[in-house]
Design a protein around this ligand. Structure first.
Ligand code: FES
Length: 362
C-alpha cells in the first residue's frame, strides 16, 4: 500500500481489537542462529495500541489442535502500523519451534492482548537501568525503541547479557541509538567468546563488580530486568546485597507473575464457600452449567463443552477475557486485564469465581 493510502487508512481506522484480532505475517527476520523476529500487520488496517513492554497471545492451529503462545512485543507502539515478536527456538518450546519452522509471510494468526504490567509507563523515572538476559531483551527493546522514537532525553543504561557475542540481539540498532543519543549507554556481557572470534568486552556473568563498573549510579536508577529465572535471581541477589530499594526493581516473568507487592492488583477479602454452587450461563452459546463457587468461569465453560481461548491460566496474559453480562465474580488476576476493561464489564475467565448466578456473553 502506498504511503498516502496508508496514512489515509490510518486516519479512518480504529485501534486493533484486543480480544479477537486477525494478524497477517508480513515479514520474518533472522536475528541470530536461534532467534527470529516475526512482523505482523492487522488484516483490517486497524492500528496497534499497547504499552511498551506488554505481550500478546497468538492462537495457532498445530497438528489439528488449537494452541496458544504468549510473546512479549519487541516493537514500539510509536510505530503503530505493525507489531513484532522476537522468539527463540527452544527444544521444549512447542509453539516457538513451530513458529520458527512454519510461520511465513502471508500466513494469518489470531491474537489476543495486549496484556502485562511490565512497562515503564507504570514507573516513570529520569534514569533507568535495563538488564536483559538472552531473548528477555524483547520488552526492554520495546521500551528503548519507545523512548528513542518519543525523543525524550531519558538517561538509560542498557546491559545485554548472553552466552556468546553472536547471540547478541539488535546489536546494530542499539549501537545506532547509543551513537546518536548521549544519555543512552550500551554495554554487553558475554559468558564466553565465540569459538573463532575475538571478544574484548566483559566476559562471564553479571556480578556486583561488573555492575558497579558498567553503571556506577545503578542505586539511583529505576531497574527493569527480563531474562531466564537464574539470571533474574542473580540480579535480585546483587541488588538485595547492595541494599537497593526493591520497590524500584521490576521484572518480567511468566512463572512468577507479580513482580512486587506494589504491582499486585488489590485483592479483596472474599472467602469462597466451597459448598456453594452457582449457575453460569453462556449467552451466545446458549449453554448453562452449575459449578462450585470455588471453580472458575473457565472451568464452567469447559464443563459446558465450550472453549474459551486461554494460555497462562493465572491471570497474566489476558487471553481468556470475556464479557460478563450479569452477576458477580471474585477475580484475582495478575495484571492480565486493565481497569478500563473491568469497568466495561470484562473478566478473566481463568481467575474469576462466580458468586451466585453469572451470565457471560460468550
Ligand atoms: S489464560 Fe491468561 S489470563 Fe486467563
Amino acid at each position: 500500500m502506498s504511503v498516502v493510502k496508508t496514512i489515509s487508512a490510518l486516519n479512518q481506522s480504529k485501534p486493533w481489537d484486543s480480544h479477537n484480532q486477525k494478524l497477517i505475517c508480513s515479514m520474518v527476520l533472522q536475528d541470530s542462529h536461534d532467534v527470529k523476529t516475526f512482523c505482523f500487520q492487522t488484516t483490517d488496517q486497524a492500528w496497534f495500541l499497547y504499552l511498551p513492554g506488554q505481550f500478546i497471545t497468538l492462537e495457532l492451529e498445530i497438528d489439528g489442535k488449537v494452541v496458544h503462545g504468549t510473546y512479549t512485543i519487541s516493537s514500539s507502539p510509536s510505530r503503530p502500523l505493525s507489531i513484532t515478536i522476537t522468539v527463540k527456538a527452544t527444544k521444549d518450546g512447542y509453539v516457538s519451534k513451530w513458529l520458527h519452522e512454519n510461520m511465513k509471510e502471508g500466513m494469518e494468526v489470531k491474537a489476543y492482548g495486549p496484556a502485562g504490567i511490565f512497562t515503564l509507563h507504570n514507573h516513570l523515572a529520569d534514569k533507568y537501568l535495563f538488564l536483559a538476559g538472552g531473548v528477555g531483551i524483547t520488552p526492554l527493546m520495546s521500551m528503548t525503541r519507545w523512548l528513542f522514537d518519543y525523543g525524550m532525553h531519558t538517561d538509560v543504561s542498557f546491559i545485554q547479557s548472553c552466552q556468546t557475542p553472536s547471540d547478541l540481539l539488535f546489536k546494530r540498532e542499539l549501537e545506532g541509538m547509543s551513537a546518536r543519543v548521549s544519555d543512552f549507554k550500551l554495554s554487553y556481557i558475554c559468558e564466553r567468546p565465540d569459538e573463532y572470534g575475538a571478544w574484548t568486552g566483559y566476559t562471564g556473568r553479571l556480578n556486583q563488580l561488573m555492575l558497579e563498573l558498567i553503571c556506577p549510579d545503578y542505586m539511583e536508577r529505576e531497574i527493569f530486568c527480563c531474562g531466564p529465572e537464574p539470571y533474574m535471581q542473580a540480579v535480585r541477589d546483587i541488588l538485595n546485597s547492595a541494599g537497593y530499594d526493591m520497590d524500584r526493581y521490576h521484572e518480567e516473568s511468566f512463572s512468577a507473575p507479580v513482580a512486587s507487592e506494589e504491582e499486585a492488583p488489590e485483592h479483596d477479602d472474599v472467602i469462597i464457600d466451597e459448598s456453594n454452587k452457582a449457575t453460569v450461563s453462556f449467552i451466545k452459546s446458549d449453554k448453562e452449567v452449575k459449578i462450585q463457587e470455588s471453580e472458575t468461569i473457565l472451568a464452567a465453560a469447559k464443563e459446558a463443552g465450550l472453549h474459551i481461548p486461554n494460555a497462562c491460566q493465572f491471570g497474566v496474559c489476558g487471553t481468556c477475557k470475556v464479557k460478563k453480562v450479569s452477576g458477580d465474580v471474585h477475580m484475582v488476576h495478575n495484571g492480565g486485564i486493565n481497569d478500563a476493561d473491568i469497568e466495561a464489564g470484562y473478566i478473566l475467565a481463568c481467575c474469576s469465581n462466580p458468586l451466585g448466578p453469572v451470565e457471560v456473553e460468550f
